[in-house]
Design a protein around this ligand. Structure first.
Ligand code: ZN
Ligand code: ZN
Length: 332
């Protein structure tokens, strides 16, 4: 079988066949059950997505219809292929809250004296609006209730009922919810600064632009991004600024012979000869929440090798260069 061969026209042919036969006979024809979740939306109608893909397969020249046990119906299989061909298959549940979103929600609960809030409250509505503008979850994974005021209200309960001062029975909160709450309780000033930066950055469009420019740094998980994903992307954008990096290297070479790593001493030229000459990465030692929106100073950058750079960013909170240096020394 070759689902990747199915094209848009094959799917359109299957949709036309569904319309001509009617739902029940169409499903019977392909030995499929009714979709319990994923429905393909097209021309104002809804279609059972798995059955449509099975039929589309049969409409492709040289291929037979798929049988029910040959593939799955969810996000990872049928839905993925149909969306890839440009069809709308709305998700059945809203995406999990990311750290960025939870930082904003937690900050709201904090401002409300760690009490939960309900939908008509203007601050809940405002947060719902902001969350819908965050460039984190792509449109195609958002359901019809994506971060609506009711959902935001429920999230404030998840946070508030896990605060140590809360007396009643807590709701079922997620692991990241609790992590962000803990961070707020342990490092309140820092988390407030992070929330401000995310809010201002999204409202000014600054973080939205940064996320478009550096989408390729999405490889880090939420738990490695202490300031959330949006600020993390901005952090990497700062570090990848060519002009700044070149300036830093020029300045460094005025007083140093080599571009050896500031933490472990690795020298790309020594290790790889002319192939490695001039290579070194820049790490910005000041987190965004403490530097704010100020211009990067050369003294805030250090030159380190790719391995050390990875290790600094591996876990939250990020290691300082001195902490990493100590680790390298302790394990030598
Ligand atoms: Zn190094
Ligand atoms: Zn870095």
């Amino acid at each position: 079988m070759a689902k990747q061969d199915v094209n848009r026209d094959d799917v359109l042919a299957a949709l036309a066949e569904f319309d001509a036969l009617g739902r029940e006979p169409f499903l019977a024809q392909y030995g499929m059950g009714k979709a319990t979740g994923y429905l393909l939306h097209h021309g104002g109608n809804e279609y059972d997505s798995k059955a449509i893909l099975a039929a589309a397969h049969g409409h492709h020249p040289g291929l037979a219809p798929l049988t029910s046990d040959e593939f799955y119906g969810g996000e990872g299989d049928a839905v993925k292929y149909l969306r890839r061909l440009g069809f709308v298959v709305p998700p059945t549940r809203e995406p999990t809250w990311t750290r960025d979103e939870l930082i904003l929600a937690c900050d709201l609960v904090r401002r409300n004296g760690w009490k939960s809030m309900r939908a008509p409250h203007p601050d809940v509505v405002a947060l719902s609006d902001l969350l819908q503008r965050l460039p984190i979850h792509p449109m195609e994974v958002r359901g019809p209730k994506f971060r609506n005021p009711n959902g935001v209200g429920r999230k404030t309960s998840d946070i508030a009922t896990h605060h140590p001062d809360y007396q009643g029975t807590p709701t079922n909160a997620g692991a990241t919810d609790l992590e962000v709450l803990r961070d707020f309780l342990e490092r309140e000033d820092e988390m407030i600064a992070v929330a401000d930066l995310i809010r201002n950055g999204v409202n000014s469009g600054d973080l939205v632009d940064a996320s478009e420019a550096v989408n390729d740094v999405d490889e880090l998980d939420d738990d490695e991004a202490p300031e959330g994903r949006l600020l993390e992307r901005k952090h990497f954008a700062r570090e990848r600024d060519r002009a700044l990096r070149d300036k830093k290297i020029r300045k460094h070479l005025q007083t140093n012979q080599t571009l050896a790593c500031a933490t472990c001493g690795f020298d790309f030229t020594a290790a790889y000869g002319s192939h490695g000459a001039g290579y070194i990465e820049c790490h910005h030692v000041v987190p965004l929440h403490s530097s704010g929106e100020v211009k990067t100073r050369l003294s805030d950058l250090i030159l380190i090798c790719a391995n050390c750079h990875r290790m600094i960013h591996r876990r939250s909170p990020w290691l300082t260069p001195d902490q990493l240096k100590a680790l390298v020394a302790a394990n030598a």
